[in-house]
Design a protein around this ligand. Structure first.
Ligand code: 1PR
Length: 523
């Protein structure tokens, strides 16, 4: 029986599901006594270092966890569960860690996008049972802005390259801790969990010493809403219009499509509840159910968007965006995506001349970490006649407007493109980054569903202004479009919907085509 330490800050459902999937029984530690009586303890940390340590102390876990680990009892730490073992973190310098190992947790200092979010390899420094049965080509899912820097190099199990080599796993006696998320790393990650439990397995040297390479991600997006019969379906718009002959297009069921994409090698799945802005999303229980069911069998990151904002219900009860997001995380989401509310927040920011500390972006990223907050932008191209004087960020375009205009900006919209706002996409992205967003999902209404390829000008313009990862979205029609967006821009991920749903270009075909041209994850 595995005991899981849950201090209440994130998606522990995934790790529970992963262990259940490999046939293990798991119980959640309710108090310090459960830690001391554990046969095997798993600590999947998420969020920010300081709030994690505070939560461990408040719940009475801190001292028993130290005692358990000092006794060299079987332990697996994941992500912050690795970082917690060290003396302190640059993320919260005033908060001491568990001090099991000497060393500190440092913020990445490199020119690449931070967080380090996506699939990367491992390079072993010593043999370990946890790599038994792997081939050495596998990649694992990372999502973090800080990494450990141990004083004692003997504990280092693997390093990974991101700007420079950083320590991505440690092992000492019965203590193993990894920076990546095995529960989100597909079949290879499940194998690591199995190996961790097989104490008797021989030590293997699979990931030979070498530089690791960060992969570009291919993301499948499922726009979900109720159809005219009231069933929750995956739909797909043409420039955001999801109706055909007056009826909502039905392209399949969310859970089974997500499973199919996982099997086909999707690096991530995104669900967008596209009518979520209309009603209180927590009343929309089917979306929570979709997440719960999906996370039982899909072991790559799951993002959910739609309706994430503060809300007061008919009885006057107020729900914060943080509460809404928490419910999604508890149901299996790894990230939440904020659309309409992000535009409102950015407009308030400009009006008031700064942050309030109260917005959904700030409150959710403070508790769950910035990597858990995606901002979904729904921009529409607006042409202007001259490149001079504008309150919007203009782009000189190679695709002239109807009257030969050579300049345009990308207007932000809300409510699924139904209403435009006086704000451009570049300004929105920059403000959201400043407020704590960890990633931008960059759609484009003009390209959505057209199969004409991604809007490279839009993507380049936004990418050059922010440091957080960008997911290019809207317009993929052929495998070549994925290559184009990765060659012409520095985006970290490309998302598509229609071509996957209609099976016109399956994910395997995209990966087959990109293999050898672009670094990608191959299972
Ligand atoms: O505003 O916080 O409630 O979030 C609503 C979310 O739903 C937003 O992320 C918004 O992008 C999305 N949304 C709202 N209405 C629509 C619609 O289509 N009518 N979907 C919509 C937007 C855009 C992409 C799409 C790509 C790829 N979908 O996610 O999947 O364009 O499509 P393609 O590969 O077929 O071209 P809030």
């Amino acid at each position: 029986m595995i005991t899981l330490l849950d201090y209440g800050a994130g998606n522990v459902r995934s790790i529970i599901n992963a262990f259940i999937h490999i046939g293990e029984r798991i119980k959640v530690a309710r108090g310090p006594e459960d830690i001391m009586s554990a046969e095997i303890l798993v600590f999947p940390g998420v969020g920010a270092f300081g709030s994690m340590i505070d939560a461990l102390k408040k719940k009475g876990f801190f001292d028993s966890l130290r005692e358990y680990i000092f006794k060299d009892r079987p332990f697996l730490g994941i992500c912050l569960g690795l970082q917690a073992l060290f003396e302190k973190s640059e993320e919260s310098p005033e908060v001491p860690g568990l001090c099991i190992f000497r060393g500190i947790v440092r913020r990445f200092r490199c020119d690449l996008s931070i967080p380090h979010m996506g699939w990367n390899g491992l390079s072993q420094r010593k043999g370990s049972r946890i790599f038994n049965g792997l081939r050495g080509v596998e990649k694992f899912y990372f999502v973090h802005s800080y990494h450990v820097d141990p004083v004692d190099s003997d504990i280092i199990l693997t390093t990974t390259d991101y700007g420079y080599p950083f320590v991505s796993a440690i092992e000492k006696g019965n203590i193993i801790a990894v920076q990546f998320h095995p529960e989100k790393s597909g079949k290879a990650g499940l194998r690591i969990l199995e190996n961790f439990l097989s104490i008797a397995k021989p030590r293997q040297w699979i990931f030979k010493d070498r530089n690791t390479r960060f992969a570009k991600r291919i993301i499948a997006c499922l726009d979900v809403r109720s159809n005219d019969e009231g069933d929750l379906v995956v739909t797909k718009g043409d420039r955001y219009d999801v109706r055909e002959e007056g009826r909502v297009r039905n392209l399949g069921k969310p859970v089974s499509l997500a499973r199919r994409y996982y099997q086909h090698g999707a690096d991530e799945i995104t669900f967008l509840n596209i009518t979520g802005f209309r009603q209180f999303p927590l009343r929309d229980m089917p979306m929570l159910e979709v997440l719960k069911l999906t996370s039982e069998n899909v072991f790559v990151p799951l993002t959910i968007g739609g309706g994430i904002q503060d809300y007061t219900d008919r009885d006057g009860r107020y729900y914060s965006a943080l509460e809404v997001a928490s419910e999604y995380f508890r149901s299996g989401a790894d990230k939440v995506s904020i659309g309409t509310d992000a535009v409102k927040i950015a407009q308030d920011f400009l009006k008031k001349g700064g942050a309030t500390g109260k917005s959904s972006i700030e409150t959710i990223s403070k508790v769950y970490g910035r990597q858990a907050v995606v901002v979904s932008i729904d921009p529409r191209r607006v042409y202007v006649s001259s490149g001079r004087e504008s309150r919007y960020r203009l782009i000189e375009t190679h695709i002239p407007g109807p009257d030969g205009e050579r300049f345009c900006y990308y207007q932000c919209t809300v409510k699924g493109g139904r209403e435009g706002r006086e704000l451009d996409a570049i300004t929105l992205a920059k403000i959201c980054e400043e407020l704590g967003a960890g990633e931008i999902l960059l759609n484009c209404i003009d390209r959505d569903g057209t199969r004409l390829g991604y809007d490279i000008e839009l993507i380049e313009a936004v990418k050059s202004e922010v440091r957080i990862p960008i997911i290019a979205s809207s317009g993929a029609g052929r495998v070549e479009h994925f290559l184009e967006v990765f060659e012409k821009t520095d985006v970290e991920a490309a998302l598509a919907a229609g071509i996957f749903h209609r099976n016109e270009v399956p994910i395997e075909k995209v990966k087959e085509y990109l293999k050898g041209k672009i670094e990608i994850r191959i299972e």
